[in-house]
Write a protein of this length. Structure first.
Length: 298
């Protein structure tokens, strides 16, 4: 069976064949993978959010009890505030650093390929291993920093932001590097002929041409920040007190400390809805959906 639709058009030998889109069957493995490992777990969590279940026996339907508990939970407001602030600060920190590194890595400096490979190493490590490493480095007795950094609200918060950025900035750097390489060189040549320096070229050419890349990277950062868990669990355990208890950690406490998997599923479902809605808003406000070209600058 042919994998693409082929039609003949009028004209010479060079214009006789036109190849259409690949057959839909090529998408079947990806659709099945996404259904089994994404859609099905989300549907199960949504179902469990209407039940009472401690992990043993059969779930007992309770209607909207878990959702009402979530709405009236005094910890929800604090956790939601911490989650939003953490997401905003992480986005600002990772965007600035990864944008600058990505644009630099797209140039022609000596040893650029080697340095880019070194920068990418943290992304290859697991979040658990990285969190354990920094937990040891920040230990007040044996760490490299004197003082109880994780024992203060600001120190614990900044530690989470830095550790998350240290791991994921390389990934977003790679995204910006690919976007910067797609910018037509003729734009910089014309700007140089008009007397524009590197700073002016960066703000007048590079940044506008990377708007769609920034949207893609930003959506990934926001969704990733909303699902922080290992870093908070290992570094702070939601502390000091509950100052870094983000929504995923609240979900963990409900499910694996209180064994209230129905309530934990309600928090998980709320996170999915919030992350999806926020992503759609970002795409809508940025105009990313109206982009037609697959290349920056075209």
């Amino acid at each position: 069976m042919s994998s693409a639709v082929t039609t003949r058009t009028k004209g010479g030998p060079g214009r006789g064949v036109r190849t259409g889109r690949p057959h839909a069957a090529w998408a079947l493995p990806a659709v099945l993978f996404f259904t089994v490992f994404a859609v099905a777990p989300m549907a199960l969590a949504f179902y469990l959010s209407f039940t009472r279940w401690n992990g043993l026996g059969d779930p007992q339907p309770v209607g909207l009890a878990n959702w009402q508990k979530l709405i009236h939970d005094p910890r929800l407001t604090q956790s939601l505030t911490v989650t939003v602030v953490l997401t905003a600060v992480s986005w600002a920190f990772q965007t600035v650093v990864s944008l600058l590194l990505g644009v630099w890595a797209a140039g022609r400096q000596r040893n650029r390929a080697i340095l880019s490979a070194v920068f990418f190493v943290p992304f290859l490590l697991s979040s658990t291993a990285i969190s354990l490493l920094f937990y040891a480095l920040l230990d007040p007795n044996f760490g490299i920093i004197h003082g109880d950094t994780l024992g203060t609200t600001s120190g614990a918060f900044l530690a989470i932001v830095f550790v998350g950025g240290w791991q994921f900035i390389p990934f977003h750097t790679l995204i910006y590097q690919g976007g910067a390489r797609q910018i037509p060189e003729v734009l910089y040549q014309a700007a140089a002929m008009d007397g524009a320096g590197r700073r002016r070229q960066f703000f007048s050419i590079t940044l506008p041409q990377l708007r769609n890349t920034a949207t893609t990277s930003g959506v990934l950062m926001v969704v990733g920040s909303l699902t922080y868990f290992e870093t908070v669990l290992i570094l702070t355990q939601g502390g000091p007190g509950t100052d870094t208890a983000i929504l995923p950690y609240l979900m963990y406490e409900a499910g694996f400390k209180s064994y209230d998997f129905g309530y934990a599923s309600a928090i998980a479902s709320f996170l999915v809805v919030a992350a999806t809605a926020l992503s759609l808003v970002l795409v809508r406000l940025s105009g990313f959906g109206a982009m037609r070209s697959t290349r920056e600058g075209m």
